[in-house]
Design a protein around this ligand. Sequence first.
Ligand code: GUN
Ligand code: ZN
Length: 432
Amino acid sequence: MTERIVRGRILTFRDDPRLAGARAWRLIDDGALAIEDGLIAAVGEAREILGRAPKDAAIDDHAGKLVLPGLIDAHIHYPQTRVIGSYGAQLLDWLNKYTFVEEQKFADPAHSAAVARFFLDELFRQGTTTACVYCTVHPASVDAFFAEAERRGARMIAGKALMDRNAPPGLMDTAQSGYDETNALIARWRGRGRLDYAITPRFAVTSTEAQLELSGALAAEHRDAYVQTHLDENFAEITFVKRQFPWAKTYLDVYARYGLLGPRSIFGHCIHLAESEVAALASSGSIAAFCPTSNLFLGSGLFDKQRLDKAGVRVALATDVGGGTSYSMLATAAEGYKVLQMGGQSWPATQAFYQMTLGNARALSLQDRVGAIEPGREADLVVLDSHATPAMAHRMESHEGDLEEELFVLMIMGDDRAVRETYVSGRAAKGG
Ligand code: GUN
Ligand code: ZN
């Protein structure tokens, strides 16, 4: 039974425009899609889809607006909603001064639940429908997040941070308790609704070798679960890691030794990489998450996308809130563009929109489920208005009908104001 028809200018990617050029996307100017049981049942010209629809089907007409797959954020911290925009520190000081203080509050399940509600409201308001999420060390923070995501029918990946050193006592587990709690959380949540689990050793600074070893054991025991952590973000961090693991030639050696690399492993930042690290990321199929607003805000450095593309490393785009300064994937892409410009690299809007949708879906091995508007995919969508502000409308006046210009305006000037609606599992979700 068709539940809903969404009509608009449907834009979806089938491949990476960097490799496939203009064949990579499909725009249906007066398009429509039919939703059944939370899935996309059909997509095509509006007159065809409407002609076949039952008379009582609800029709959401977004005339003139772009309808895209819901945006995907490959790395974000839900306990940092009150850390975002904290002044004046680089990574390690920022963690100690702001982040580790705030994250201790998530021992309280009621606090976790309230923040999870705010967080998902905010993601949907920004057009993000799937994210790869760090919780805190407290299992209650994971339960709260997954319960809220399940209630909303959202496709989310998340996990409990594993941390057993170099953190306040209220923010530490032990190698064994972290292992046991992760196993229990996986048993409770993995595969339930649209949820999936990420084994989450926070970063090499806050884990002992015993904990990293058990993280590797978890990854081996749960081959389909994800692994997420941080890598080569900041010089002081890298020095710390080298001191803590003197046998390691590189930061990535630490994770490699414990079996934490692979096609379901997402490494946040990946800025200051040695050649051997680039090669190891590529050969293992691991994913580098580009977090431009965070990298600028924390003064971490400039991501080198061209180098990673050339080496065949899989790349994702991410906000990294609260080191990142915006929940908006559009604003994140804008900062990504500027970071790449600083390195003499370009990033056409078609590539950026591919990245926010199908590209990130592929990075998370979710391309059969989300990231495209095709029959059988889950009905997560975002409706974007390239005329959302007076300045955007004014800028668009001389470029009506030019998709690449329009996407670039959305990418560089757009944010939550450009998000007209968000659909999660086929239901309008922007209102919370
Ligand atoms: N490295 C370890 N933890 C974090 C975090 O919460 N944010 C960022 N940006 N880097 C980290
Ligand atoms: Zn992060």
